[in-house]
Ligand binder design. Structure first.
Ligand code: NAP
Ligand code: GLV
Length: 315
């Protein structure tokens, strides 16, 4: 009997041997092939694991049963106008992804508190730059925009080292010790209380450009910003202007509208900005294969899939 085919487009063709090695151990009944393998019959494809499939391609797989997003955010898949909406689209929600995101956000908050950008610049210049960071975690409130899988994990870790944490989401949330602010009506109060604002929102029409001047103006004077959501959510010119004016005391940005961020972009050199290369939380391929293999087995037993994209909500 021919094996069901899983097509992969995540990390480029060079990543295929690694994907295939892990699937061979955890799901040996699958035929795992590169996305552009011309020898694959489209009618044999039952599953795909993808990050950014070309628009229209998924709609040409007539027997497709499940689309697995290779990240937590599936905006590069869901934006396909011809996406087959009857096929479940599963988001990558491994416990390791939330752990990694929590660690990154905690690192970013501590970096802002301790002046990591300043320290890095002084070291690069071999300059002894003694200074005393004033604030500690115990007198700092971190406001998390998007209190979901990632935001919840970040909240718990930040609380663990003494930060006060508040959250803003579309619907009310109950996370122990975290005051929940809801929707547009409570955004102003949430921002006014936050010393560090962390964006962990999904990319949707509502969140597009949300990190721009009106929101920055509503933040505390001298507050700081961390964006680990998506580049489409920020207006980088507004963030750089707020850093220059002192409205923002610092920022950590992991995501950008154009990735990779071009070498000539002014964000790289800004003295109050830490830039990272969209690396906040990417679980290893072995972990993502374990998640997908487990869910394919569940699907084949007729079970309902968890963490599916909701077309009406947009995440
Ligand atoms: P999630 O569990 O779906 O949580 C999303 C949160 O955002 C929820 O709390 C949701 O509110 C809230 N939200 C959505 N739209 C909103 C709106 N218009 N106003 C206010 N709140 C809104 O998603 P997740 O797994 O935590 O991931 C979040 C995002 O992080 C992903 O979509 C992705 O863009 C980004 N991400 C980035 C990296 C990286 O490496 N930089 C890695 C992983 C994920 P409700 O709770 O009320 O639904
Ligand atoms: C990474 O950005 C993800 O969405 O998992």
């Amino acid at each position: 009997m021919t094996k069901p085919v899983l097509l992969v487009k995540s990390g480029g063709e060079a990543a295929m041997p690694e994907w295939q090695r892990h699937f061979a151990i955890l799901a040996p009944d699958l035929d795992v092939r590169w996305w552009d393998d011309a020898t694959v019959d489209p009618a044999a494809v039952r599953y795909v694991l993808v990050w950014d499939p070309e628009p229209g391609r998924l709609g040409r797989l007539p027997k497709l049963e499940v689309i697995f997003g290779s990240g937590a955010g599936v905006d590069f898949i869901a934006s396909d106008p011809d996406l087959p909406r009857h096929v479940p689209l599963v988001r990558m929600a491994t416990p390791g992804a939330a752990q990694r995101m929590g660690e990154y956000v905690t690192w970013a908050a501590l970096s802002l508190l301790k002046g990591a950008r300043r320290i890095g610049m002084a070291q690069a210049a071999r300059r002894w730059d003694y200074f005393e960071p004033e604030q500690t975690a115990t007198d700092t409130t971190v406001g998390i925009m998007g209190l979901g899988h990632m935001g919840g994990a970040a909240a718990r870790m930040l609380q663990g080292i003494g930060f006060t944490v508040i959250g803003w989401s579309r619907t009310p949330k109950e996370v122990p010790g975290v005051r929940s602010f809801v929707a547009a009506a409570e955004r102003g109060a949430f921002l006014a209380m936050s010393d560090i604002v962390v964006c962990l929102l999904p990319a949707t029409p509502e969140t597009r450009g949300i990190l721009s001047k009106p929101l920055l103006d509503g933040m505390k004077d001298g507050a700081a910003l961390v964006n680990v959501g998506r580049g489409s959510q920020q207006r980088i010119e507004d963030i750089l202007a707020a850093l220059d004016s002192g409205k923002l005391s610092g920022a950590v940005l992991d995501v950008f509208e154009q990735e990779p961020l071009p070498p000539e972009h002014p964000a790289w050199a800004h003295p109050k900005l830490l830039v990272t290369s969209h690396l906040a939380s990417l679980p290893p391929r072995s972990e993502r294969v374990a998640y997908v293999a487990k869910l394919i087995a569940a699907h084949e037993r007729g079970e309902k899939l968890p963490n599916t994209y909701d077309h009406d909500r947009g995440y």
